[in-house]
Design a protein around this ligand. Sequence first.
Ligand code: PMP
Length: 343
Amino acid sequence: MPGRNPADLARELGLPQAIKLASNEVPYGPLPGVVEAVAEAAASSHRYPDMGVVELREAFADKLGIDADRIATGCGSVALAEHLARVTCLPGDEILYSWRSFEAYPIIAATTGATSVRVPNTAGHEHDLRAMSAAITDRTRMILVCSPNNPTGTAISGTELSRFIDSVPDDVLIVLDEAYREFVTDPAVPDGLAAHGHRPNVVVLRTLSKAWGLAGLRIGYLVGQPAVAATVRKVVTPFSTSAVAQAAALAALKQADEVARRCALVIAERERVTTAIRELVPDVPTSQANFVWLPLGAGAAEFGAACEKRGVIVRPFQGDGVRVTIGTPEENDAFLAAAATAL
Ligand code: PMP
């Protein structure tokens, strides 16, 4: 979700620019080669894109070491989550997820007529997987598991995830939302695709919006069993992965080394910001993503407003906490300075 426009805020405050740390984007601009690929694709924009997204699905498949028939692409991974809900749920069925988690989940459930079943996070801001298992009913059709979790940044260990997946009936689809997978450093946190991608009822969602720097072009992908991926490919809005998006994604995928370099910078800054902000907010959970969570409870909105007054846009969740995206070192310094005066 977009949040406050930095240009408007800068104008309002009379600052040369405002800093946006609200949407979990990586701050380093498009990857090398992307702008050129976009320009080239734009030259043929009077033509429809490849509806089957064949070349891009093959590029993803090569990268992951799997067959392209296990992949579907969409207008962001959020669209794919919605398509999955549409193909699995009828009105009255249940979609289970931990809360607080990605804000789109309740919207996705509502648009399909499914009932949202939210299981509160633990006191440590993690998924309560035992409680989630216990909340499965005959009506549960889909479970969204977000690791690392947006907005708390916490991630699920391999043992816990395996135990949970084993507890889920075979006819319930488990969607592992790994939008922030590239920022994981804890070796106990598994790559969901490598660990569980072979299971018939597991689908993994990934995106090029975060580490791959293509949020504005809207490309997500899912990996599931061929039948699941084929079903999703049938229901996606035709041509929803645009020609420009396909070209940009193909160019971005050639930049894996640069992505790794950028992720390392973000991770180093995440550690620095976490250490510094814990001086002010001691119970900040350890993040495995490109953002940190400040559990400020009733003070969240006020903190968000105070940061904005200093030209830093963060994401407050009223009554709960504030999510702050990791930016460049300078942007993070501006945030830490704003936080020190706000708290
Ligand atoms: N999953 C999670 C957990 C997210 O935080 C986001 C973006 N904020 C998405 C999915 C969707 O990303 P996109 O639609 O840009 O691929």
